[in-house]
Structures are given as C-alpha cells and as structure tokens.
Design a protein around this ligand. Structure first.
Ligand code: G6P
Ligand code: MG
Length: 217
C-alpha cells in the first residue's frame, strides 16, 4: 500500500518554473537567440548545468567550460533576484489543502527536487517543516530523468518505491518517477506528460483519496 508522497518543488509546490524560464530566456537573448515556452518543457526538472548544455546546443554555440560556469552563475543570479520577493502567498493553489489531507491520511512526505536553491525556497514560503525528508540538488549526482532524487527520498523515508507516489510537472520528472518504480501523478497537460499514471491540471483538482484509490488499482 501507499505510504509516502514525493513532491517536486518548481511548478508543483510553488510557481518558480516561470522564473527559471524567464532567467534562461534572458540568458539566451543575451547570447543572440530565443527560447520558446514549448522548448522550455525540455528544461523543466533538468539540472542547471544540463539545462545550459541544452540551451547552448539549441543556439548552436560551443563554449569553454569556464564560459559555461560564468553563464550558469549569471542565470542563477537573475533567478535569485526573481525569487527574492517570494512569500507564502506564492504557494500554488490547492497545495495547503492537499498537504493537510496528506497529514490526516498519515502519509510520509519528501521533497524531490534537483534544484540547489530548493531549501532556500522552502524557507521563504514557510514549508520546510511540511517534509519528512528533503532531497535537493546538493544531495544528488544525477538530475532527472535519472531516478536518483526519488529513490533517495524513498530511502530516507525508509519505504519501498512501490509504496511511493510522485507529483511532477516536468516530462523529465515523470520519467524519473517511473524509472524509480513509483506511481506518478503528472500536474499539467496530458498531451505533454504522456508517461504519467494520472494527470491533473494542479493539486487543486485532486484529493488525497482520489490519488490513493488510483495508485492502489
Ligand atoms: C528544477 C527546475 C529546473 C532547474 C533545476 C535546477 O528541477 O525544474 O528548471 O534548472 O531545478 O535548479 P537550480 O536552482 O539548482 O538552478
Ligand atoms: Mg518541476
């Protein structure tokens, strides 16, 4: 039976996905090209360095490691500026209600994000204590779609993958959850998140009971 829910951060708990996109777009623009919202789907859930590689390949640029480090640092600076004004008001609709249902159901919770900024964001929105385990970009060596971030979450909670449900807004994150052997709820469009076991537009449109029923079938 299901014992734990594992949540992605950006685009699931809080709408930072838009800020990552804006910062990457600004970087691409300064390099002389653009990235569309559709292209951005490929970056969601992907680590900072890997995202930069995908963007540079898209723009047809080959740069030195030194230059790449500089660009990644620049993007992160812009991202930090964008998130610096965030508060608990920025928590996505439905999250608070869903988490109170999760607690009532006696489920364990983990954060599974490849973002190195995840602990800082959780502090800003006052949700650090909502998680029994926090796996972030500083604790993993492989980003999504590698399953590491979720298998580590299950390990820390001392549950098996079959006892876990993952909540994800990214194609790479859904793949990571499936490769970890978990039931995956995709949050977004079913046209994009084709590998998910269940798709809803946001946590606002889901109840814990729904998820547990579907995950146990
Ligand atoms: C999340 C986001 C990605 C971001 C990655 C790394 O997975 O969905 O867009 O690139 O984290 O974030 P960081 O804060 O470490 O640059
Ligand atoms: Mg995400």
């Amino acid at each position: 039976s299901i014992k734990a829910f594992l949540f992605d951060l950006d685009g699931v708990i809080v709408d930072t996905a838009i800020y990552h996109y804006q910062a990457w777009k600004r970087l691409a623009n300064e390099l002389g090209f653009d990235i569309s919202e559709e292209f951005n789907e490929r970056l969601k859930g992907v680590s900072r360095t890997e995202s930069l590689e995908i963007i540079l390949a898209h723009g047809g640029l080959v740069l030195s490691d030194e230059k790449k480090t500089e660009l990644a640092t620049q993007k992160n600076g812009w991202y930090l500026e964008l998130v610096s004004r965030m508060t608990s008001d920025d928590i996505l609709p439905g999250v608070a209600t869903f988490f109170s249902q999760v607690r009532k159901a006696g489920l364990l919770t983990a954060l599974g994000s490849v973002s190195k900024n995840a602990p800082m964001i959780l502090e800003r929105i006052g949700m650090t204590n909502a998680f029994d385990a926090i796996i972030d970009g500083t604790k993993i060596s492989k980003g999504k779609p590698d399953p590491e971030v979720f298998t580590k979450g299950a390990d820390e909670l001392e549950v098996s993958p079959a006892e876990c449900v993952v909540f994800e807004d990214a194609v790479a994150g859904v793949e990571a959850g499936k490769r970890a052997g978990m039931f995956v709820v995709g949050l977004g469009s079913s046209d994009v998140l084709t590998q998910a076991d269940l798709v809803a537009s946001s946590l606002e449109n889901l109840t814990v009971e729904d998820v547990l029923t579907k995950a146990s079938n």
